[in-house]
Design a protein around this ligand. Structure first.
Ligand code: NAG
Ligand code: ZN
Length: 372
């Protein structure tokens, strides 16, 4: 009787602290740290920028452009970020316009986990974009859809890398690793085959995402691991799409992850107040921070998150709605990008990832951080 009462009393408290934990797991970045967050600068140049220029080409699955994009990503991580693991998730599929031919859909995953963790023991921030481009109109580039998001994620990875290293080294020295909430990893997932070949349907779209979500659902970690499979391990699935045009608005469609949206909206607002952003939009990129609870649950955009969301993965969907005016036209190319907006997204997403990974623990002192 007595014990039962105690457990009744304890339950709401335990529940409350569990609910509060995602939002309070990390400390907000200081102004000082926000000022250090680099924009990527010339690396987003559309002619010869190191990150973006090489993928401003058609990237249709089963064509040389697909291979060129893959090579660009793999070489970048191999050469510049050797601590990140590289994993391929290859599948094939038939499409309504390619007949009996098997079209290759090849997702790429770049991951960094604390070096001491075993399989299924770390929670992993997952940043996602699709790298394929639409088959029609012929020659379509898809600069916002989604070459820019891919380049932004490369920039995020390279910027946070040194902080991740420092964090792991310090945790290791202090013997702090080994608890699941503290053991945070990050992965960059570049998906293939997002676009429909003929017309968007359940089976003609999301080729890479559907294959991967299904594969991960049936990949079990050892029985004693904290997480049961790689889907379970995703602390947040942050999907970037259709970014790079001026005046974007990204809404908050999902109440369960609205707290994470708010964290990013706060970063945008703080960076704007500190004059760290270059663009001069009509309104904030992320205007929904104060969205009323009764307005959730209406409408959302079908995208690569769907196969993951259906399996219970928490989603933060960063997609401009309305879509950019160049959407699915030949004008979605480098020349129609708004570079200040591109670099601002790079800053905001980088700061969000740093904050998520609790990098105030390794805040840079006064040294000048390379502004690349
Ligand atoms: C997947 O395909 C790529 C590109 O063709 C190839 O380099 C890679 O080895 C393949 N990986 C696996 C695991 O099959
Ligand atoms: Zn598209």
């Amino acid at each position: 009787m007595f014990l039962a009462r105690i457990s009744l009393l304890l339950q709401p408290l335990v529940l409350l602290s569990w609910l509060a934990s995602p939002a309070s797991a990390y400390t907000a970045l200081s102004d000082h740290f926000l000022k250090f967050v680099p924009s990527g600068g010339d690396d987003f140049d559309i002619e010869n920028g190191k990150l973006l220029a090489p993928i401003l080409i058609p990237r249709v699955p089963g064509t040389p452009g697909q291979l060129a994009a893959q090579e660009h990503f793999v070489n970048f991580f191999r050469n510049e970020l050797p601590s990140w693991s590289v994993e391929w998730f290859n599948s094939t599929g038939k499409t309504p316009v390619t007949g009996d031919r098997d079209i290759p859909f090849q997702n790429l995953l770049f991951k960094r986990e604390p070096p001491w963790v075993q399989e299924g023991q770390s929670n992993i921030l997952t940043l996602v974009a699709h790298y394929d481009s639409k088959i029609a109109p012929e020659g379509f580039i898809g600069a916002t859809d989604s070459a820019v998001p891919c380049a932004i994620l490369m920039h995020v990875a390279r910027t946070i890398d040194r902080f991740v290293t420092q964090m792991h080294d310090e945790m290791n020295a202090l013997g702090e690793g080994g608890t699941v909430p503290m053991d945070m990893g990050i992965q960059i997932l570049l998906l293939d085959g997002e676009e429909a070949f003929l017309q968007w349907t359940e089976t003609d779209s999301l080729y890479g995402a559907r294959a991967l979500a299904e594969h991960w659902e049936t990949s079990h970690f050892p029985a004693n691991s904290f997480y049961k499979n790689p889907l379970d391990q995703i602390s947040m699935f942050v999907l970037l799409d259709l970014l790079g045009s001026a005046n974007p608005t990204v809404t908050s469609p999902f109440l369960p992850t609205h707290w994470a949206y708010r964290a990013m909206a706060t970063i945008e607002q703080r960076m704007r107040q500190l004059n760290l952003l270059e663009s001069n939009p009509k309104g904030p990129f992320l205007p929904d921070a104060e969205k009323d609870i009764s307005s959730f649950g209406r409408g959302m955009v079908e995208d690569d998150h769907i196969p993951f969301m259906r399996r219970g993965v928490p989603i933060l969907h960063l997609i401009a709605t309305p879509f950019p005016s160049v959407w699915h036209t030949m004008s979605d190319d480098g020349a129609h990008l708004d570079m200040p907006t591109v670099r601002d997204w790079a800053r905001i997403v980088t700061a969000f990832a740093l904050e998520w990974l609790d990098m105030m623990e390794v805040e840079p002192k006064d040294e000048a951080l390379e502004k690349t």
